[in-house]
Design a protein around this ligand. Structure first.
Ligand code: FRU
Length: 488
């Protein structure tokens, strides 16, 4: 039986069934909209739609069903990943309009498909870029097909998807993730005057092949002019300290602007997260001008179970993370949005060598001014450690890892840690978010947590976190879709 201790209190998951990539995250009419890849019929069939959560404050959410489902021939086997653009004043009476862009997935296994073409790279699929608009973010109008499989450059395989669209200098731009016929990943850049009629501008390649496919391209453009190209490459070989998951997610800091970039240096690729369960993140700018990232706290890795013991839901999203530039490295720091602090209950002070108790399964832990090696252990089961200049997480009770290995990365010194524990989801932020690990664990039954600190620190505190989503999951009715579908 699934264990209640695995339930999430402040991480978004689907009411039931499967969740993967966040899609179209934005702030629209003052509220935060987080769409996501949703298959409520999992594990019986694989048919993706966009599910939706909406929030005023990035902390309390309401579930709004599945606003975009397969409904036209061009998206009949899945409404795949994409983005939204808020069009200011473009609606009736000057209201804002939300425009969604996504890939319509079609599988054609009948005429002309070679069954040896595993993954339908050259035969057996179509990918169409589609747009539709909404005045409330929930009800979308007519779907318009913008680009069809035959419109992409000749050197593209059939894997082209995940539009990221934005407006800049009076133009609209669209990035697509793609797989070259010669089996390497790349991005395609398109330009448009109106967001509807698109012209191919150029490819963005790596100097040397870097994985066979780049999924979910994304951008970060900071006020100081720094630009970053983010994407999720598939097929990178596992190295000692890098690329330990089946697929990776990261970004490349650019010397110039994305729209002028044709080649990136793959040696500059920075992984967003070193945990077992992180992929396909998306970024957006909110009304305060903050760059926020939300990732899929999950992955396709067959090594680790994500829904053991008949759990009726699979995967969740990370908490929203604020992105800032680290002036020293030029890399992006990720920290949980400050709004999350609102969920903290009564503070517990942690004492080195002692075990403290937290009254729920949801906790926020902060350690500041750390000196030297040591560890912090949750429930005598999950350990975050810094030893001989390696920072990592370790599962002390193997079955609670559900197949996950211990993980660590080289790190010169550890200054601070922030650990979010939420049922079966854990996010570890180190050195002001310069290094992050997101992983799942499947602890034993229980309604409280223990925390044992064995680190020399100036400040060590923990808070129980309010469970703001449990009720929502209990009451949300997932609508069901009936057509058979297919895998990415
Ligand atoms: C990434 C991905 C995307 C695709 C979607 C389908 O996780 O494979 O490339 O659009 O998932 O659910």
């Amino acid at each position: 039986m699934p264990n209640k201790a695995w339930e999430l209190g402040f991480h978004l998951r689907s009411p039931r069934g499967w969740l993967n990539d966040p899609n179209g995250s934005c702030q629209f009419n003052g509220e935060y909209y987080v769409y996501y890849q949703y298959n409520d019929a999992w594990p019986k069939i694989d048919q993706k739609a966009w599910g939706l959560f909406v929030s005023r404050d990035l902390v309390h959410w309401r579930y709004e069903g599945m606003p975009i489902e397969p409904s036209i021939p061009e998206d009949r086997h899945g409404v795949y990943s994409g983005c939204t653009v808020v069009e200011r004043g473009a609606g009736d009476d000057g209201a804002d309009l939300l425009r969604a862009f996504y890939t319509g997935n079609v599988v054609c296994l009948d005429a002309g498909h070679n069954p040896k073409d595993v993954g339908r790279v050259y035969t057996g699929r179509e990918a169409h870029e589609i747009t539709c608009t909404s005045t409330d973010g929930i009800h979308f109008g007519t779907k318009t097909v913008l680009l069809r499989t035959q419109d992409y450059p000749d050197e593209c395989s059939l894997h082209v998807r995940d539009p990221k669209v934005w407006r800049q200098d009076d133009s609209w731009y669209m990035l697509l993730g793609a797989r070259h016929l010669r089996n390497h990943g790349m991005c395609l850049l398109y330009r448009s005057d109106d967001g509807l009629s698109w012209e191919f501008a150029h490819r963005i390649d790596s100097a040397y092949p870097f994985g066979y496919m780049w999924e979910c391209p994304n951008i970060v453009q900071l006020d100081d002019g720094s630009e970053y190209l983010a994407f999720s490459p598939q097929g990178l070989p596992r190295m000692r300290d890098r690329w330990h998951n089946l697929c990776q997610a990261g970004y490349i800091p650019l010397p110039g602007r994305i729209v002028d970039t044709t080649v990136v240096d793959e040696r500059d690729f920075v992984e967003w997260d070193h945990g077992h369960d992180f992929y396909a993140p998306q970024t957006f700018v909110d009304d305060q001008g903050r760059w926020i990232l939300i990732g899929w706290l999950g992955g396709f890795d067959p090594h680790w179970a994500c829904a053991p013991d008949g759990l009726a839901w699979c995967h969740c999203l990370t908490v929203p993370r604020l992105l800032r530039k680290d002036p020293a490295s030029g890399h992006l720091l990720q920290t949980p949005v400050p709004e999350l602090v609102a969920l903290r209950g009564k503070k517990v002070t942690l004492v080195r060598g002692a075990t403290a108790g937290i009254s729920t399964r949801h906790a926020d832990i902060v350690l500041e001014d750390i000196a030297g090696d040591g560890s912090i252990t949750i429930d005598e089961s999950l350990q975050v450690f810094f030893e001989r200049q390696r920072l990592g997480i370790r599962y002390l009770v193997p079955q609670q890892a559900a197949g996950r290995d211990d993980r660590s990365i080289p790190l010169d010194s550890l200054r601070d840690l922030r650990i979010l524990v939420d049922g079966s989801a854990v996010e570890v932020y180190a050195n002001d978010g310069a290094q992050v690990f997101s992983s799942r664990w499947f602890p034993a039954e229980g309604t409280s947590l223990t925390i044992r600190t064995d680190l020399n620190v100036r400040v060590a505190q923990a808070w129980p976190m309010e469970d703001v989503l449990g009720n929502l999951y209990a009451t949300a009715q997932a609508p069901s879709i009936s057509q058979p579908g297919w895998n990415a």
